[in-house]
Design a protein around this ligand. Structure first.
Ligand SMILES: Nc1ncnc2c1ncn2[C@@H]1O[C@H](COP(=O)(O)OP(=O)(O)OP(=O)(O)O)[C@@H](O)[C@H]1O
Ligand SMILES: [Mg+2]
Length: 249
């Protein structure tokens, strides 16, 4: 059955930086319970799109709705209260704080008010455990490896109890083994009921984990479909996967 009020509906969204349309007339819907992926070359507009959905940037035009509610231009702190959270391509923990303190701050801004330090701490420890870094709780965030910093990004987002998690290049800079573990974590997050939107350059990673994928190119939507449809789409092969993929067919 058609989902009447999808968890996210993006309708002809455009964002200009000066004369440059970083995102132009992009529309799509995300159904609850999916991992929805975004691919596209450097500068295609993926992070700009996420920043508009998560409330860090306002669209120049177009509408964004969540479950039928207009959230266009709403600031991040309000969107977190509505269950929309993100991880950042460039991780930015509070470096002097411990890993646990970093997550406790996130709990504070979360969807539901958590009253009392003990409850906030408990929620933070739970999120750290889910992200697989609870053993690092008392270390300063500054000393974490890239892989652990990415997990801290996930823990901070999960601590807000999101219904929709936007994850930007969470596997960037990770080893093969760390990437597989991160993909398993994304699947667990989806299976626990949180819808995931996921930007990644690694074609193998994104096609293996996503239920649906959209491809951006020069700010415009180039294609949308299942991983199979995307990998076999001539326009995608031409624009993104390049001659190597073309040579295989
Ligand atoms: N704050 C900004 N001010 C001016 N131009 C910007 C800004 N943010 C992004 N852009 C430009 O908008 C375009 C889209 O950038 P964006 O970061 O969204 O791409 P991306 O698809 O996330 O790329 P990458 O794969 O490299 O992360 C680029 O041309 C970029 O230079
Ligand atoms: Mg980006």
């Amino acid at each position: 059955m058609e989902d009447a009020d999808p968890i996210l509906e993006v309708d002809k969204v455009t964002r200009y930086f000066g004369g440059l349309a970083a995102v132009k007339d992009v529309s799509f819907k995300v159904r609850q319970g999916q991992i929805f992926g975004f691919m596209g070359p450097n500068g295609a507009g993926k992070t700009t799109l996420f920043s508009m959905i998560a409330g860090a940037l306002k669209p120049s035009s177009g509408k964004i709705r969540s479950r039928g509610r207009d959230i266009t231009g709403a600031p991040a702190f309000k969107l977190i209260k509505l269950g929309i959270a993100r991880t950042h391509q460039i991780v930015r923990p509070f470096r002097e704080m411990t890993v646990l303190e970093n997550v406790q701050v996130a709990v504070h801004f979360g969807k539901q008010a958590v009253t009392g330090r003990a409850a906030a701490r408990e929620r933070a420890i739970e999120a750290l455990g889910y992200a697989g870094i609870d053993q690092l709780a008392n270390y300063p965030a500054a000393i974490l490896s890239v892989g652990h910093q990415k997990r801290l990004e996930i823990a901070r987002a999960l601590a807000t109890d999101p219904d929709l998690l936007l994850s930007d290049e969470i596997c960037g800079g990770l080893t093969h083994a760390e990437t597989s573990e991160m993909l398993a974590l994304l699947r667990r997050i989806r299976d626990s009921g949180t819808t995931v939107m996921y930007v990644e350059h690694d074609v193998k990673a994104i096609t293996s984990v996503c239920d649906r994928i959209m491809v951006l190119n020069y700010g415009r939507k180039l294609a949308e479909g299942t991983p199979d449809e995307i990998q076999n789409d001539p326009a995608v092969i031409e624009a993104y996967l390049g001659t190597r993929a073309r040579g295989r067919s």
